[in-house]
Design a protein around this ligand. Structure first.
Ligand code: F3S
Length: 395
């Protein structure tokens, strides 16, 4: 693998321990994937921030890197295990909180911006068409590749951190034109709302496992529905890029789709997917939206659906601090809070220690959350579109 003089010197340890470790990881990765050289990146986004995932060993590694390491490009963080300001109100145990704060502090020392969101593109880290980046949250990776037209492989937390410290990543996979062509055409039914978009993604990801779908029939899809579609695709499958005819920025370069495979998804398939992911129970411990983190449009829609009715049960919204601040400036946050809605930042339902909070049954509108909460935390799930979810919590 060709390395520039600077890259060689980083690898030799002339720029310190962290830069050397970063280059070791990147060179090893490049060799595995046959990369000929590195490419400079414009931003990084790091997952694996929850103390629950990192553990003591992960924290020690971060602290060691932070002794002499600094990131070379703007870098943001995925959600951690709690709202940094309201963890007490969420019911997060103190020993967990203390360790989680140490993790975030270690990233701060590395000059990483603790945005703690899976929607960095709604919080200031918004790449442009053609930008090379190294992101690791799967729902953000697929959004950046597909909707923004940036270029990133699906990095792991360590390789995204290494890329951030070195300011580069091996040139292979989705950084290359030829790897971005569709591999299968998907004829989709008309989508009504975020849950159907999420279920469509989950269904197609489950059928394909990998590859690059080219969707037809989604002409009226909204930005939030694309966000939900991508998160679904990336959670049931290893998919990191999709195209939507007439909508996504690279779709027109594949107007003549050569993919021979074609799948048809009908409206009833989406309902079936929703049923497969849903359990039977009458009382929920928690209802939430915001997987991926909610946009300002979603918060507005929630407010409109609530009307003047208050939530009678525990109802959480997960959003980035940037979106929360926007809602605060608009007066929307105060109105939602008056109706009993809690808006939490920095965290998400899957990485927060829900089991320690005694939460066993959940209603949500995200197939990704349903999949992970069931499989990682043994939580029972009901999937409902936002409109029905709201009717449930005001009763
Ligand atoms: Fe985001 Fe957590 Fe869902 S990271 S995509 S809210 S599982």
């Amino acid at each position: 693998m060709y390395l520039t003089r600077l890259e060689e010197r980083m690898l030799a340890g002339e720029y310190g321990y962290a830069a050397q470790k970063a280059m070791e990881i990147l060179v090893a990765l490049g060799k595995v994937y046959g990369a000929e050289r590195m490419i400079k990146i414009r931003s990084a986004q790091i997952s694996g921030v929850s103390y629950g995932n990192l553990g003591e060993e992960g924290l020690e590694f971060l602290l060691k890197l932070a002794e002499d390491g600094r990131v070379r490009v703007p870098t943001t963080l995925n959600p951690c295990g709690m709202d940094l300001e309201k963890w007490g109100e969420m019911g997060v145990p103190e020993d967990f909180a203390e360790r989680q704060l140490r993790v975030v502090e270690a990233y701060r020392k590395l000059s990483v911006e603790p945005t703690l969101t899976c929607t960095p593109y709604l919080a200031g880290n918004t790449p442009r068409l053609g930008d090379h980046i190294a992101w690791s949250e799967s729902s953000a990776v697929i959004y950046a590749n597909s909707i923004l037209g940036a270029r990133t492989n699906r990095e792991g937390g360590p390789s995204a951190l290494a890329a951030a410290i070195a300011g580069r990543t091996p040139l292979y996979g989705l950084h290359l034109d030829e790897a971005r062509a569709p591999t299968v055409i998907v004829n989709a039914p008309k989508i009504r709302g975020e849950l159907e978009a999420s279920a469509l993604g989950y269904r197609v990801g489950r059928i394909l496992g990998s590859g690059i779908p080219f969707f037809r029939g989604l002409e009226t899809v909204s930005r939030d529905q694309l966000k939900a579609l991508g998160a679904g695709l990336a959670s049931s499958g290893g998919i990191a890029l999709f195209h939507v005819e007439g909508i996504t920025p690279e779709a027109h370069t594949h107007a003549e789709v050569r993919a021979e495979d074609k799948i048809e998804i009908a409206e009833m398939d989406l309902q079936e997917e929703i049923e497969i992911l849903s359990d039977d129970f009458s009382d929920s411990d928690l209802a939430f939206i915001g997987c991926p983190h909610a946009s300002i449009e979603e918060l507005t829609e929630l407010y409109l659906l609530l009307g003047n009715r208050s939530a009678k049960r525990r109802f959480w919204v997960f959003a980035s601090r940037a979106v929360r601040a926007q809602a605060e400036r608009m007066g929307l946050l105060r109105r939602l809070e008056e109706l009993g809605v809690k808006v939490y930042c920095d965290t998400c339902p899957v990485v927060a220690p829900l089991n320690k909070l005694g939460i066993k049954t959940v209603i949500t509108n995200s197939s990704k959350a349903a999949y992970y909460l069931r499989n990682l935390h043994g939580v029972r799930i009901q999937l409902k579109p936002l409109r029905r979810l709201v009717e449930d919590i005001v009763r």
